[in-house]
Design a protein around this ligand. Structure first.
Ligand code: ADP
Length: 589
């Protein structure tokens, strides 16, 4: 039963059929027979009311919880803002675990490793994703003190985490996701880089190599570098930096794995260095966290802030956006209090730093509606402007919350205090998540990615396939192309190929605006990531798409440029490369 009775006059959510399917399959609460025991309206009310109920304990809150619940509800069903999946699934339920992102430490002991494994299982069960740094584990071949035996190294333990995830996902709400990180100066780095060579190996892991500024300088200078035993810092080997870098490039070319993260950059932006060093991120890379820290995310849908005036001119309503950002920060801060964490250590860390990650989705749709090409200066400038606004307003909101409820407890030791900023309620406020499922629920393009295609095929119930055209595009064609035959030809081409490329009937400016991921150059992908990163506390989830014919040199250039542009990590994907993986069987595969 919801915390506040559901008002009779609530507006019903309007969901497209994909959103409806996802909601029914994955989000609505089920009874023992697996039948839905709530409606979409009840789901959003459950979430809105249980989060708003947290306001009651803050005397200075300007909100009556019932009124705030209604405001939160409207914000979600109108597709303006959605919290991350675990909040939608678990708010107001006995499980009550609401955060998507966790980082767990993996200490160099059997006890420590298996504790971490158990904690990961509990987190996966609740729909959260886990990131780990395996850099503390002694290398393969090192002596084990207590038995005199030989250690098997990080890779062998990672395999156990992968298998455990596989088992948990059978019964869980989502298939578990992990990030595995190893420092580039760990003696087992080569095994790590080649770990996913065989199809299916580490299938429940994203892998990233943690690079340091020193390493990048050694690559550029053509120098070798030392590998260290993490236990005592003793030198265990030496590798040519450029060769290791080439190998990373080659692997990224062949399969997209592993990715890279720039660890110094991440720690340069660590708001609470007194609480420790950041070693890892969550599974998709957008949320660097301290060991035992968790973070809940939420996203505003930029497309839903585009309004049309009487003359049909589209503009972005920034005042409305700012207003929603303030509400979203309040929402996410309340989520911290409402969430039940699977471990006391995690609850303690979360309550100390109170990190939240507000981001954006629907960016490509927003650009479509405004008629601005994704790969243009104008798009980069607008992106910066919007994210600057989100960042600024979220900080203001967090400062106002601090006045109301107190600063995050480690504020006094934080970088903000040193800079004379704040006090804030939250150590970070912004993160750009992939919004894989949220964007389906909101019916918009995901995160800051360009649209993958202008049309997509949907399987309807009786096995029939239905091709749907992006609605913003369809409307734009109707509005701007006056000849119905030409309209038809353009839509047919898009239905067939998913893009406007080589469409003889499309006016040039139409093709220029309605770009898809594959029409946009890798440089434009990267530039967009960098533009949003400049105004984001945490990191930005973004894939740099490359055409199939891209070379290793192209990827090398992207990596070097990414480093120069100051992003915190890069994920590249060369079209069709995953299928090129070899099939391995037997030992160690
Ligand atoms: P959503 O749209 O479902 O809220 P995102 O695609 O934005 O989720 O991913 C955000 C974060 O949620 C990821 O980086 C990861 O930490 C976590 N996450 C995503 N998918 C899964 C999954 N299948 N299992 C566990 N955690 C996940």
């Amino acid at each position: 039963t919801p915390l506040f009775p559901m008002p009779a006059d609530l507006e019903q959510p309007e969901l497209n059929s994909n959103a409806e399917t996802v909601l029914v399959k994955r989000y609505l609460r089920k009874d023992e027979e697996g039948l839905a025991k709530e409606t979409p309206t009840e789901l959003f009310w459950r979430v809105a009311s249980s989060i708003a109920a947290e306001e009651a304990k803050y005397e200075k809150s300007p909100w009556k919880p019932e009124d705030l619940a209604r405001t939160f509800y409207d914000m979600m069903i109108n597709g303006l803002f959605l919290p991350n999946s675990p909040t939608l699934m678990n708010a107001g339920t006995p499980l009550g675990q609401l955060a998507a992102c966790f980082v767990l430490p993996v200490p160099d002991s059997i006890e420590g490793i298996f504790d971490s494994l158990k904690h990961a299982a509990l987190i996966h069960k609740s729909g959260g994703g886990t990131g780990f740094s395996f850099s503390r584990l002694r290398p393969a071949g090192a002596r084990v003190g207590t038995t005199g035996g030989i250690a098997s190294g990080p890779l062998s333990f990672m395999r156990i985490f992968n298998t455990a995830t596989e088992q948990i996902k059978q019964g869980g709400v989502r298939r578990g996701a992990n990030m595995g990180i190893l420092r580039v100066d760990h003696p087992d780095i080569i095994e790590f880089i080649t770990a996913k060579e065989c199809e299916g190996e580490f299938n429940n892991f994203n892998l990233s190599v943690a690079l340091t500024q020193e390493f990048m300088e050694q690559v550029e200078a053509g120098e070798s570098y030392e590998l260290y035993d993490p236990r005592d810092g003793r030198v265990r080997g030496r590798l040519e930096a450029a060769q290791v870098f080439d190998m990373l490039v080659q692997k990224a070319w062949a399969s997209g794995d592993p990715g890279i993260i720039f660890l110094d950059r991440i720690n340069r932006d660590n708001p609470t260095p007194a609480q420790g060093e950041i070693e890892a991120t969550n599974p998709c890379g957008e949320q660097p966290l301290l060991p035992y820290e968790a973070c809940n995310l939420g996203s505003v849908n930029l497309a839903s802030f585009v309004t049309e005036d009487e003359k049909g001119v589209q503009t972005l309503n920034t005042e409305h956006l700012a207003e929603v950002v303030h509400l979203a920060v309040r929402f996410l801060d309340d989520v911290i209090d409402a969430s039940i964490y699977p471990l006391d250590d995690i609850a303690e860390m979360v309550h100390k730093n109170r990190k939240i990650g507000l981001g954006v989705m629907g960016w490509a749709d927003c650009l479509y509606a405004l008629g601005i090409p994704y790969d243009s200066e104008e798009a980069l400038e607008l992106g910066e402007e919007i994210m600057d606004l989100v960042q600024r307003e979220s900080r203001i909101a967090s400062r106002l919350l601090a006045e109301e409820r107190g600063a995050f407890p480690t504020y006094e030791e934080s970088v903000y205090k040193k800079r004379g900023e704040g006090p804030y309620r939250n150590a970070t406020t912004t993160t750009i998540a992939p919004t894989g499922t949220l964007s389906i629920l909101a019916g918009c393009s995901s995160g800051i990615e360009p649209c993958f295609a202008l049309s997509f095929t949907r399987n309807v119930l009786d096995g029939e396939k239905l091709v749907e055209v992006n609605p913003v595009f369809a409307r734009f064609v109707e509005r701007t192309v006056s000849d119905p035959a030409q309209q038809q030809a353009i839509l047919d081409h898009v239905r067939r190929t998913g893009r406007l490329k080589d469409c003889p009937d499309a006016p040039e400016d139409l093709e220029r605006v309605f770009r898809t991921a594959m029409d946009v150059s890798p440089w434009s992908h990267l530039a967009m990531q960098a533009a949003f990163q400049r105004f984001t506390d945490n990191a930005v989830s973004k894939t740099v798409n490359l055409p199939n014919e891209a070379t290793e040199d192209d990827i090398r250039e992207i990596y070097l440029e990414a480093y120069r542009q100051g992003v915190k990590g890069v994920t590249v994907y060369r079209d069709g490369s995953k299928t090129g993986q070899v099939l391995c069987t037997g030992e160690g595969a």
